[in-house]
Design a protein around this ligand. Structure first.
Ligand code: PLP
Length: 417
């Protein structure tokens, strides 16, 4: 879906143009008082007009009736319409964080005895959920390489979910979504017991719907940390689940109603405000990421750069086929120097940066740089980190909206020290 014969900047412009109107208008219409922005409805409970009205609402016969903030809220609902439009989904459910979305989807789709297949290299907290927390509930996971063959080999008659994170955090590994969907569909009859084929769930946080739309490739559900590129300003924690009405409703019942992972109305309003400029922000951040990746790849102090825009990236051709853009996050490794400690060397580079900010998270207006081995992925066992390619000299960079030239100069001067 990325045409190698067109300049990348032109592809980004076209993608932004395709989403621009949706970003501004989807899910929004002036309120009764004419206010253009949706109201931030802060009420925890809503009045019924009659006993019959209340009874109808509880029987689920009245879509327009609000009952209680954990069961639904007009500000959150407006955001969900916008999210569904951007992802091309039938339905969306906003949640209190990305982890609430992920944990809820796993628990809504699995029960004791079930089995999940997931990639070895992924966001550490999601991996920890699968590796440490779910086994206590009788739900086990096999961690595999990113290929269809590896997923296929791990299948048992108890396999309920194929978990995909693409591009992966922090090494930007690309999983072939369509191949995993085809594998799941080939198991439609029998191989996975009476409950049917495994479902394909995709954490699309690194791509955002600007760069990738997994539902169009056949995935069953997409999960996002809205804390990142969707809200885009680093001022909110939130998550989302998108997919068919039936699967999203089931996830919403579990995550929001059952486990209480409700998004606050103010947070929903902030995400919706961020989304109005989503396409423009992503157009610029994705362009900067590709420019910075190319500049770092040419730098003598850098051993390797992980970004699917680079022809040297093992997922480059696949990313061209399945993505609309290469995304705004990259990672790179410093070239090892004899007698120099990789972590110490990395610390010096981080401390020398002046434009990029040393902080966790991603998808912010600010460019954020982090050292995964000592921070975001420190809870992952060292051997698992090594197998997942997360070396001690690896940095993750989430490109923001600063001038691309200023950023390249900033990394240049920090690497020269
Ligand atoms: N998924 C990925 C790929 C992430 O990088 C993160 C957070 O960094 C999450 C999920 C969790 O999101 P949240 O922090 O909003 O719970």
């Amino acid at each position: 879906m990325i045409d190698p014969h067109l300049p990348y900047s032109e592809q980004l412009r076209r993608r932004a143009d395709r989403l621009g109107t949706m970003c501004v208008h989807a899910g929004e219409s002036p309120g009764a008082d004419g206010a253009l922005d949706p109201a931030i409805v802060m009420s925890s409970a809503f009045a019924f007009t009659s006993a019959e009205h209340a009874a109808r609402a509880f029987r689920g016969e009245d879509d327009d009736t609000w009952i209680y903030g954990r069961w639904g809220n007009p500000t959150v609902r407006a955001l969900e319409h916008k999210l569904a439009a951007l992802e091309g989904a039938e339905a969306a459910c906003a949640t209190s964080s990305g982890m609430a979305a992920i944990a809820g989807v796993l628990l809504a789709n699995c029960e004791a005895g079930d089995h999940i297949v997931a990639p070895r290299s992924m966001y550490a907290e999601s991996a920890r959920l699968l590796r440490e927390r779910l086994p206590k509930l009788g739900i086990t996971t096999t961690f595999v390489e990113r290929s269809r063959e590896a997923y296929a080999e791990a299948v048992t008659e108890k396999t309920r979910l194929f978990y995909v994170e693409t591009p992966s955090n922090p090494t930007l590994g690309i999983v072939d979504i369509q191949a995993i969907v085809e594998l799941a569909r080939s198991l439609e009859t029998g191989a996975c017991g009476a409950r049917g084929r495994p479902r394909v769930i995709v954490d699309g946080t690194f791509a955002t719907p600007f760069a990738q739309t997994p539902l169009a490739l056949g995935a069953d559900l997409v999960m996002h940390s809205m804390t990142k590129g969707l809200s885009g300003h680093g001022d909110v924690i939130g998550g989302a689940v998108m997919g068919s009405r039936a699967l999203v409703d089931a996830a919403q019942e579990a995550i929001v109603k059952g486990f209480g992972g409700v998004l606050a109305p103010l947070s929903a309003w902030l995400v919706a405000r961020g989304l109005r400029t989503f396409a423009l922000r992503q157009e610029r951040a994705c362009a900067t990421a590709a420019e910075l990746a190319a500049a770092l790849a040419a730098h003598a102090r850098v051993a390797v750069v992980h970004h699917p825009s680079l022809a040297s990236h093992p997922g480059h051709a696949l990313a061209q086929r399945q993505m609309h853009a290469y995304g705004a996050v990259l990672s790179f490794e410093l070239r090892a120097e004899a007698g120099v400690d990789a972590v110490d060397q990395g610390r010096k580079v981080l401390e020398a940066l002046r434009v990029a900010t040393h902080a966790v998270s991603l998808g912010d207006v600010r460019t954020l740089v982090v050292h995964p081995a000592s921070t975001t992925h420190s809870t992952m066992p060292a051997e698992t980190r090594r197998l997942g390619g997360i070396t001690d000299g690896l940095f993750r960079v989430s490109c923001g909206l600063e001038s691309s030239g200023d950023l390249r100069a900033d990394f240049d001067q920090a690497l020269e020290r």
